[in-house]
Design a protein around this ligand. Structure first.
Ligand code: ZN
Ligand code: ZN
Length: 80
């Protein structure tokens, strides 16, 4: 089994997951929370992103940052 290195704490770990808000590969210790949205979709947020309000609220709304940006753009387009 390959040993990976967490991009947040730099520790070696067996399993990493990718944070949906900063795209870093993080170990389980650095994950703040995860949630399953649909069968295949899972949102992961790291402890750093949890401290950044727009990212935390995007997580609570079950959006990735990319989806959130698209939603904001759609709202802006409606205003015209
Ligand atoms: Zn870590
Ligand atoms: Zn993150």
């Amino acid at each position: 089994m390959a040993i990976k290195v967490c991009e947040r704490c730099k520790r070696e770990t067996i399993k990493t997951e990718t944070c949906d808000y900063c795209s870093r590969k993080i170990c389980l210790d650095c994950e703040k929370a995860t949630q399953r949205i649909q069968k295949l979709t899972r949102l992961v947020i790291c402890k750093d992103c949890w401290g950044i309000m727009p990212r935390r609220s995007a997580y609570k709304n079950r959006h990735t940052m990319a989806q959130e940006a698209a939603a904001v753009a759609a709202e802006a387009a409606k205003a015209f």
